[in-house]
Design a protein around this ligand. Structure first.
Ligand code: ADP
Ligand code: MG
Length: 242
């Protein structure tokens, strides 16, 4: 099981003129096994919302529950989730295998478990031949797979992703969209996926949370967002008349 409930999430940052509220009350329930895309223009608060779910940032108001447990004030490492970032955050001096297993090892997982998880993830991601290579010897797509591998071996069913494909060229991005969707279905992961790219959101997500200026504009299946945009802002963003 991996469900996420956000209730009235608010976040303000200090600014020169006092405070600026970048999230203005976000409510959403993410179902077990769902692929939810958070879509919206740059600066609308997508990454901040994801950081509140991960615990990297603490909310000014509202609550976060994971699997029915309130984790609003819980430290990131104590939340049952894995993260994949835009820049992959791989260790340059470690090889692929060491990068994938770093988290598991530092949490004291035994050798047999590590080896099982590695074999499974490497097979799924097509990394078997690359385990000894350093990140500098990999293509962008391969690095992305390693970052994904690290999330998969963690054994977490909830994975948060912040623009994980944005550093890839168009062809690789298209391939990885298909790949990621296949892996998500196969393992039954719950994925919350931040993007400003509507093609990514519309092709991968079960539902899309459209954001603008710290608010939810619409939360619906991709087809519905296309056919029935809830507001002029949504209509303008996806390029069809509201
Ligand atoms: P997005 O991911 O949708 O591009 P962000 O969540 O990164 O948007 O940012 C939303 C707004 O919050 C932006 O105006 C950004 O400048 C501001 N912001 C984000 N993080 C901080 C921070 N640590 N301190 C001050 N302002 C921030
Ligand atoms: Mg962002």
């Amino acid at each position: 099981m991996s469900t996420v409930q956000l209730r009235g999430m608010r976040k303000s940052f200090p600014s020169r003129s006092g405070e600026v509220e970048v999230l203005k009350g976000i409510d959403v329930t993410v179902e077990d096994g769902e692929f939810l895309a958070i879509l919206g223009p740059s600066g609308c608060g997508k990454s901040t919302l994801l950081r509140l779910i991960s615990g990297l940032e603490l909310a000014t108001g509202g609550s976060v529950s994971i699997d029915g447990t309130d984790v609003t004030g819980t430290a990131p490492e104590k939340r049952q989730l894995a993260m994949v970032f835009q820049n992959y955050a791989l260790f340059p001096h470690l090889n692929v295998q060491e990068n994938i297993l770093f988290g598991l090892k530092s949490r004291g997982a035994d050798k047999q478990l590590r080896s099982e998880r590695l074999t499974e993830a490497a097979g799924l991601l097509g990394l078997d031949e690359l385990l000894e290579r350093k990140p500098s010897e990999l293509s962008g797509g391969q690095r992305q797979r390693v970052a994904l591998g690290r999330a998969l071996v963690s054994g977490q069913r909830l994975v948060l992703m912040d623009e994980p494909l944005s550093n890839l060229d168009a062809k690789l991005r298209a391939e990885m969209r298909v790949e990621l969707k296949r892996i998500q279905r196969r393992i039954g992961l719950t994925i919350i996926y931040v993007t400003h790219d509507q093609v990514e959101a519309m092709t991968m997500a079960d539902r899309v949370l459209m954001m603008s200026e710290g608010r939810v504009e619409q939360l619906a299946a991709p087809e519905e967002i296309y056919s029935t945009p809830a507001t002029t802002t949504v209509g303008r963003f996806i390029g069809s008349p509201p």
